[in-house]
Write a protein that binds this ligand. Structure first.
Ligand SMILES: [Zn+2]
Length: 303
């Protein structure tokens, strides 16, 4: 049986021949075997699977999450899952890295790190993540999106074209952006401060006339406390030199592809049990500060 390390790291595409052929959790280390795995089946989970994906370890319509958002908000930045194992769960996603060291971007099966100094580098297989969301991206439908003047505008254009708001949807937007506003969180050292405090020192910048891809995950409102309700966007430029968490964007036209995810899997690391944090609290205000910020200045005023 091939080991997870046998995955063609960084080849840009996951191939069935390099994937573990059965249950991926059997490949995880002992610590992860003790993890609680919550699988919430939404609809008929076998619907929509392609023969290609059935040959792989992770169902094509599964969206997987490492940890819960309240843990990240409370300062749990210690990486728990190596990226080489995360990539067994998909080829499209986003998150952050050990020590909250920047923004994690997963596109076409390759993991990238956008750091607070504005640089982007390819992740190493042994790097770990404390929070990530990932899915095997099998585009169900592609459509053209006309001009948008802001990220909120884009989201309002997308919602009527996407499945129900109660569905998890992965959204890929390819465009040449007239402007995009990005941020990356700076690496932290313990004792960790809450995320809402850390983002006060986040690096923000803008890029103009840049071609690239938005990696978007839209989650239902009812994931509050566990995931990030609504849209969450990261960006990676075509030349792989620029990326980050997206505040705002503007473009004349874009190609949009989406993938509905019917199975939600959450992997809880041991650290959740030992940190003594009270995860059972309403941190939606903090989440709005951290993830729901929308960019300023208005892109229409910034040329
Ligand atoms: Zn983000």
């Amino acid at each position: 049986m091939p080991q997870p390390d046998a995955i063609a790291w960084g080849t840009g595409k996951r191939r069935a021949t390099t994937f573990v052929p059965s249950n991926p959790y059997g490949q995880l280390p002992v610590s992860f075997c003790r993890n609680v795995i919550l699988i919430l089946l939404m609809g008929v989970c076998t619907a929509g699977m392609s023969s290609r994906v059935l040959a792989q370890a992770t169902p094509s319509d599964q969206i997987s999450q490492v940890s819960v958002i309240n843990a990240l908000l409370l300062g749990q930045y210690q990486g728990t899952l190596p990226l080489k194992k995360l990539l067994l769960l998909g080829d499209f996603g986003l998150g952050t890295l050990d020590h909250l060291d920047g923004e994690l971007i997963i596109l076409d099966g390759v993991a990238w790190q956008a750091r607070a100094d504005g640089t982007v580098r390819r992740c190493e297989p042994e790097m770990t993540t404390p929070f990530a969301v990932i899915t095997p991206f099998d585009g169900e439908e592609t459509f053209d999106c006309p001009a948008v003047t802001s990220l909120e505008h884009l989201e309002s254009m997308l919602d009527p074209r996407l499945p129900s708001r109660d569905a998890f949807v992965a959204v890929r937007v390819d465009a040449t952006f007239d402007l995009i506003s990005l941020r990356a969180v700076p690496r932290q050292e313990p004792p960790y401060r809450p995320l809402a405090e850390v983002v006060k020192n986040q690096a923000q910048w803008e890029r103009k006339k840049i071609t690239g891809t938005l990696i978007g995950i839209r989650s239902p409102a009812w994931v509050t406390g566990i995931g990030i309700p609504g849209f969450h966007w990261h960006f990676l430029s075509q030349d792989r030199l620029s990326g980050g968490h997206v505040f705002n964007c503007r473009f004349e036209s874009a190609s949009v592809t989406f993938d509905r995810c019917r199975t939600w899997m959450i992997q809880l690391g041991d650290s959740l049990e030992t940190q003594g944090k009270n995860l059972n609290q309403d941190l939606s205000k903090e989440l709005d500060q951290v993830e729901r910020q929308r960019g300023t200045p208005s892109p229409t005023q910034s040329d």
